[in-house]
Design a binder for this molecule. Structure first.
Ligand SMILES: [Zn+2]
Length: 252
């Protein structure tokens, strides 16, 4: 049994639901410790030419809740941002008590929520360690971007993964058109996969050149396409191993 932190002795016992990456689900957590951090933040609006139109500074409060999953004991930190306008010193004390007792405020709305470790929207495929290093590193960074809600970076990463895959399979022979044609002609991808990759590459191009901000569902679909194609090589390698390990039939 590992040594428990003294944080667990804090009263009252506060339980709430949050996502546990280890359980891969929303689970009951217990609050170990909480901390408030008032800070200033700059808000601004922009003109159509991209210049800053106006800006103002305001106070917001970040609440850090250190918690532990009651199912598997994995710790995590939840950071909520509040914007309690016109709050005075009495209001701050009441707010702090509410956070201490309940883990969140019912009087003020949460403006943003972060969690560390980040919620794994799409976990890294276990087989990606079997891929060439350059490809594996691109996949790791792309999944990290996606799991941190950076969808534009993630879709650009997907485009880069396809580029690197083509470089490995057919060489750096030119633009995406040539690379996809060659991948299909040499049998690395099917006609259907050729069409899917074209769509995925265009989404990446649109994000780079046309200001496209893809939804989480759209990036998820693009990653599904990539996973399906990349996993082929891993499956082929595994099946070759099965073939090599299978005793040959004796000739009669
Ligand atoms: Zn858990």
């Amino acid at each position: 049994m590992r040594n428990k932190s003294n944080f667990k002795e804090t009263k009252p016992r506060v339980e709430f639901t949050m996502f546990c990456n280890n359980c891969a689900n929303e689970t009951k957590h217990i609050k170990l410790f909480s901390y408030l951090h008032p800070d200033t933040i700059e808000y601004f609006s922009k003109n159509s030419d991209g210049s800053v139109k106006d800006s103002f500074w305001s106070i917001h409060i970040l609440t850090y809740i250190f918690a532990e999953c009651l199912g598997c004991e994995t710790p995590s930190v939840s950071i909520d941002e509040y914007f309690p306008d016109n709050i005075d010193s009495i209001g701050i004390r009441a707010f702090a008590k509410e956070i201490e007792d309940k883990g969140k405020s019912e009087k003020y709305n949460i403006l943003s929520h972060m969690q560390f470790p980040h919620k794994q929207i799409k976990p890294l495929p276990k087989w990606c360690k079997e891929l060439p290093e350059t490809l594996m590193l691109l996949i790791v960074e792309t999944y990290n971007a996606f799991n941190m809600d950076s969808n534009c970076l993630a879709i650009m990463g997907v485009r880069a993964i396809i580029d690197e895959l083509a470089n490995i399979k057919v060489g750096d022979i030119g633009g995406f058109d040539k690379k996809l044609d060659s991948l299909k002609e040499l049998g690395h991808i099917s006609t259907l996969q050729y069409e899917l990759l074209n769509t995925v590459i265009d989404a990446g191009n649109a994000s780079i050149h046309r200001g496209y901000r893809p939804s989480t569902e759209d990036v998820m679909s693009c990653l599904d396409v990539i996973e399906h194609i990349l996993s082929q090589d891993v499956i082929l390698k595994a099946i070759k191993r099965v073939k090599d390990n299978t005793p040959k039939r004796k000739k009669l």
